[in-house]
Design a protein around this ligand. Structure first.
Ligand code: FPP
Length: 246
C-alpha cells in the first residue's frame, strides 16, 4: 500500500466525491497536440480514478463530462467528445460490471446526439443491478438548468394542487433535482488550477469541501485522489456549529 493511501481513514471517507475534470485542452497544448488528444488522455484518468474510488470504498463518484456551455466549442471538438463518450462507455462496460459499478447520467440527455443517447442508455441499463459504486456522468448538465427545471415541475404541481407551498421543504425540492437518488457530495475536486464551481451542482455542494489542484486532468492519478482524501480528512466540517460542539 502506498504511504499516502495508508494515511486515509477508511471509516471517514466521503460517501460522494464530485469532480470537475479540467485542463485537458491546456495539457494537450503543452504537449504540442490538438485538444482532442487531451480528452483522449482524460479518459485514462477517468478510468484510473473510477477504479481507485471504487477500490477504496467511495460509494458515489460524479464526473462533470460535458456542460451545457460546452456546445459553444468548435463543432469538431464537440463531435470528438461525443464520439469519445460512445467509445468509452462501450469499451468500459465489461469492466464496470466486473467491478460492480453502476453507471448513471444527469443532465439533459435528450439533447445529445441519438447515437450517444443510445449507447449511454444501454450502459445505464446493463449496469443497473450493480451496487458497489455509482458513477454518475454529468452530460449536457448545468445546475441552473436543473434548478429551473425543478422550479417548473413544482410550480405545475402547486397549480394542480398536489402540493401546498408551505409544504415545499428542502427534501421536497431535492426530490425534483436530477440527483434525487444521490447524497450530497462531501468533497468536490477541480483540476487544472481553476477555482470555480462553473454551474456544477450548486444546490448539492452547499456544504462540500472544495479541493483545487494544479494538476491537469489527463495527469490526475490515484495518488492525486489520495492526496485530496487526506486533505479532506484534515478539515473540520462544522456545518455552522463551533468546534466544541462537534
Ligand atoms: C475539460 O477540459 C474537460 C472536458 C470539457 C471534457 C471532459 C471529458 C473527458 C475527460 C473525456 C470523456 C469523458 C468520459 C466520462 C468518457 P478542457 O477542455 O476544458 O481543458 P482546458 O480548460 O485546458 O481547455
Amino acid at each position: 500500500m502506498s504511504e499516502l493511501k495508508s494515511k486515509i481513514d477508511l471509516e471517514k471517507l466521503p460517501k460522494h466525491v464530485a469532480v470537475i475534470m479540467d485542463g485537458n485542452g491546456r495539457w494537450a497544448k503543452a504537449h504540442g497536440k490538438p485538444r482532442i488528444f487531451g480528452h483522449q488522455n482524460g479518459v485514462k484518468a477517468v478510468r484510473e480514478i473510477t477504479e481507485a474510488a471504487a477500490e477504496i470504498g467511495i460509494e458515489y463518484l460524479t464526473l462533470y463530462a460535458f456542460s451545457t456551455e460546452n456546445w459553444n466549442r468548435p463543432k469538431l471538438e464537440v463531435n470528438a467528445l461525443m464520439h469519445l463518450l460512445v467509445q468509452t462507455v462501450r469499451n468500459e462496460l465489461k469492466t464496470l460490471n466486473e467491478n460492480g459499478i453502476k453507471l448513471q447520467a444527469i443532465g439533459d440527455i435528450s439533447k445529445l446526439p441519438s447515437k450517444t443517447q443510445d449507447v449511454l442508455l444501454e450502459g445505464i441499463k446493463k449496469t443497473a443491478q450493480n451496487s458497489r459504486m455509482t458513477l454518475t456522468l454529468a452530460l449536457n448538465y448545468s445546475s441552473r438548468w436543473e434548478i429551473l427545471n425543478a422550479v417548473k415541475k413544482i410550480t405545475e404541481e402547486s397549480q394542480a394542487d398536489t402540493i401546498e407551498p408551505s409544504k415545499i421543504d428542502e427534501s421536497y425540492f431535492e426530490s425534483h433535482l436530477s440527483t434525487k437518488n444521490l447524497p450530497d457530495p462531501e468533497l468536490m475536486i477541480r483540476t487544472s488550477g481553476e477555482q470555480r464551481i462553473s454551474n456544477f451542482l450548486l444546490w448539492q455542494l452547499a456544504y462540500a469541501e472544495l479541493y483545487f489542484t494544479e494538476i491537469f486532468w489527463p495527469e490526475f492519478r490515484k495518488q492525486h485522489l489520495y492526496e485530496a482524501l487526506v486533505d479532506f480528512q484534515s478539515r473540520e466540517r462544522r456545518f455552522g456549529k463551533i468546534s466544541e460542539q462537534l
